[in-house]
Design a protein around this ligand. Sequence first.
Ligand code: GRF
Length: 185
Amino acid sequence: MKRFVVLVSGRGSNFKAILDEIQKGNIQGEIVAVISDNHHAKALDIARDAGIEAIFGNAKSEEYPQWLLGTVQSYEPDYVLLAGYMRIVPPEFVSAFPQRIINIHPALLPSFPGLHGQRQALEYGVKISGCTVHYVDEGMDTGKIIAQRAVPVLEGDTEETLSARILKEEHQLYPAVVKMLAEQE
Ligand code: GRF
């Protein structure tokens, strides 16, 4: 059974989508800890309610990078899943888990990396956007792509309406990728 550690900063709807599939028995894996840099993250409540270790890490502390690395390592994860984690992971972290850190981004990478992928897509005027699950490397949303879903941008879309349409696809795509990872050797 593959072990997953999830890093979050907020709402946690992608984490929840993965958790639901695990609980339904559709993914043969276990989320062994959820770690947040935001004390108020709803994701921490979701984890606690599910009996998963929910840990807050203070990113303002100088020791945060080493703390995060040591804490994640202590859970011996097969994969580290970033799910709305709003920080760049430091190079030492990336090299500690080669090809083992995964992220979801709300745009079709390599277009619109960084913050507000949906807003960037709207401002550019693209007619198709979507979401991307990719490996994490030292760059900002630059790692190798694992899977993508396309989502149409509709006339009259706002950042909210487009984000909601993309999020629905995120909730399908991320669990599907985690299932694939769980089934790999
Ligand atoms: C998602 O749009 C994800 O693509 C991006 O941050 C958002 C997180 O949402 N990286 P949630 O916390 O999973 O609800």
